[in-house]
Design a protein around this ligand. Structure first.
Ligand code: SAH
Ligand code: DHB
Ligand code: MG
Length: 229
């Protein structure tokens, strides 16, 4: 008989079920598998969204009917490709990445996936490229995915609000961090930044918000979803 899961490492169960669900629900995807291989070969950290989470991003683009998407934090473009592939014809993604070496890998991956003309990868600290985007009249975006340096999440929320319109969706990644966000004594900047981000989401009368905890291949974490009123 199977070992009761209470006696096992729960993270192993989460990963096993994630694998099962991904196998059962998602088609084989050589393009996305190649992206992860390329990222690994280039030495990028394996902190992309999981396959099922990426598919959630695709579905959010489809459900919301988004045509213009802004991503803060590109890494190798794994989440970017999920966002781009769900767009209608003529849709665009602008994705912001600080590390030139990440942006280079992302551009190559995105080009190979066939979205070179859909995705604009902008290199620089997002707090520099966001004002540029605003000055260009780059908004309004229909969906914003916030997934970069967590201490700046409260600032990214302010920029997301400036660059969106009523009805836009703002998604935040990594808001649970294995429960650390609820541990008041944990004052690491990534955690306090996330906590301030959550507080700002909860207090902002311009937003209608929820959070979703997730377990799976990437451990225990979560997303926020916010719609601009
Ligand atoms: N969205 C990606 C993962 C992003 S990881 C995916 O799921 O596939 C976070 C990325 O944010 C890293 O590539 C990191 O270099 C970038 N980053 C960190 N600080 C940043 C900043 N200040 N401005 C823009 N990007 C930043
Ligand atoms: C980290 C960042 C992420 O965006 C993520 O999804 C997982 C981990 C990190 O900085 O550790
Ligand atoms: Mg993330």
């Amino acid at each position: 008989m199977r070992t009761p899961s209470t006696d096992r490492d729960p993270t192993a169960d989460w990963a096993e079920v994630d694998e099962y669900l991904a196998q059962t629900l998602l088609p084989e995807d050589e393009t996305l598998e190649l992206v992860l291989d390329e990222n690994q070969a280039a030495g990028l950290p394996g902190i992309d969204v999981s396959p099922l989470q990426g598919q959630l991003l695709s579905l959010l683009v489809r459900i919301s009917g988004a045509r213009r998407v802004l991503e803060i934090g590109t890494l190798g473009g794994y989440s970017t490709i999920h966002l781009a592939r769900a767009l209608p014809a003529g849709g665009r993604v602008v994705t912001l990445e600080q590390a030139p070496e990440h942006a280079e890998v992302a551009r190559r991956n995105i080009g190979r996936a066939g979205f070179g003309d859909v995705v604009d990868v902008r290199v620089g600290a997002a707090l520099d490229t966001l004002p540029q985007l605003a000055d260009e009249g780059g908004g309004p975006f229909d969906l914003v995915f916030i997934d970069a340096d967590k201490p700046n999440n409260p600032n990214y929320l302010e920029w997301a609000l400036r660059l969106t319109r009523p009805g836009s969706l703002i998604v935040g990644d990594n808001v649970v961090r294995a429960g650390r966000v609820a541990h008041e004594e944990d004052t690491e900047p990534a955690i306090t930044g996330t906590r301030e981000f959550l507080t700002a989401l909860g207090e902002d009368p311009r937003l209608e918000v929820t959070a979703l905890q997730t377990v799976g291949a990437k451990g225990w974490d979560g997303f926020t979803l916010a719609v601009v009123r």
